[in-house]
Ligand binder design. Structure first.
Ligand code: NAP
Length: 293
């Protein structure tokens, strides 16, 4: 069994980005600039945004974190986004999800200028993904592809089973794994909460991508020997063994399945850090105007 080490790979990618930023600055240009908007005081969101800002610093990007009270109105939030949309000194804008329930996430997401939508959640960028037109790829599925690529995991002709059909992970990774390229060329089965005989399907998987949000859902009875498992799930549970009082669990019972796998991503240290690396990569692409329409 080989661990797909997302932490190590993310740092390698960050080093590559940092080298490019050094060249950008040496040419007299300003560095890429990412803006993150955080609404309210959700603990998990706070942790994710802090990690993104820290990664910006590591690669030499500028970053701005805009904190808004949880009772900010949708109109106020949209006005702030529109101001950033029109500022040429910003290359990436992310609004950390989830948002408070009085704010419509779809409206907010579609307000972001698609040219700086480095999360790749705007309908224009997701539409391009569907049509195989170069665009900002959603950072988590993009990170999964990059991890499979760098570890040279064979994907052609394999049966890839995806658990979960969200717009930000399950649905886009299903499309990407079926593309005629590497990683890709898989036969993909996309499953969800209405899927019947799920175990019978997961047992057929050569590559199993799990994005449910149900901690330790997958166990060794549900997989075949030699499977490659990508565990996207992150559930925060209370723990008296960690400094901050929390620990992270994946959707896969790691200790129970690991001996049966050819490859597996750990939680933490798997898909999470890759998501951050690809967000930075998208911001660099935006700075270079790779996908400008
Ligand atoms: P989500 O919006 O939370 O949706 C969960 C999906 O799982 C839904 O499609 C649901 O089906 C499906 N599902 C639930 N129970 C199921 C069951 N018993 N069998 C089969 N399918 C089932 O998904 P998400 O936003 O992609 O998040 C999933 C997990 O990934 C969460 O833990 C999240 O925190 C984590 N995540 C991690 C990263 C990262 O960077 N590592 C990034 C994003 C998300 P229905 O559609 O039928 O309801």
């Amino acid at each position: 069994m080989q661990i797909l080490d997302g932490k190590k790979t993310s740092l390698q990618i960050q080093d590559e980005i940092r080298d490019e930023v050094i060249e950008i600055k040496a040419s007299g240009s300003r560095p890429p600039h990412l803006v993150a908007i955080l609404v309210g005081d959700n603990g998990a969101s706070e942790t994710y945004v802090r990690a993104k800002v820290k990664a910006c610093k590591r690669v030499g990007f500028e970053s701005t974190l805009i904190r808004l009270e949880s009772n900010v109105s949708q109109c106020e939030l949209i006005a702030i986004i529109e101001k950033i949309n029109n500022d040429e000194n910003h290359d990436g804008l992310i609004v950390q999800l989830p948002l408070p329930t009085h704010i419509d996430e779809k409206i907010v997401t579609s307000t972001i200028n698609p040219n700086i939508d480095v999360d790749g959640f705007h309908e224009s960028n997701l539409g391009k993904l569907m049509l195989n037109i170069p665009s900002f790829l959603p950072a988590t599925p993009y990170g999964i592809l990059e991890l499979l690529k760098r570890y040279k995991v064979e994907t052609s002709g394999k049966h890839c089973v995806v658990l979960g059909r969200s717009n930000i992970v399950g649905t886009p990774i299903s499309l990407m794994m079926s593309r005629n390229k590497f990683p890709g060329n898989c036969t993909v089965t996309l499953t969800h909460s209405k899927t019947k005989d799920l175990v019978q399907i997961t047992r057929q998987a050569d590559i199993l991508i799990v994005a449910l949000g149900k901690s330790e859902f997958i166990n060794s009875d549900m997989i075949k020997s030699g499977v490659c498992i990508v565990d996207v799930g992150i559930t925060r549970v209370k723990s008296n063994k960690t400094k901050n009082g929390w620990k992270l669990l994946g959707d896969v019972n790691y200790d129970n399945v690991k001996e049966k796998c050819s490859y597996i991503t750990p939680v933490p240290g798997g898909v999470g850090p890759m998501t951050i690396a690809m967000l930075l990569k998208n911001t660099l692409s935006s700075f270079r105007k790779d996908f400008l329409v």
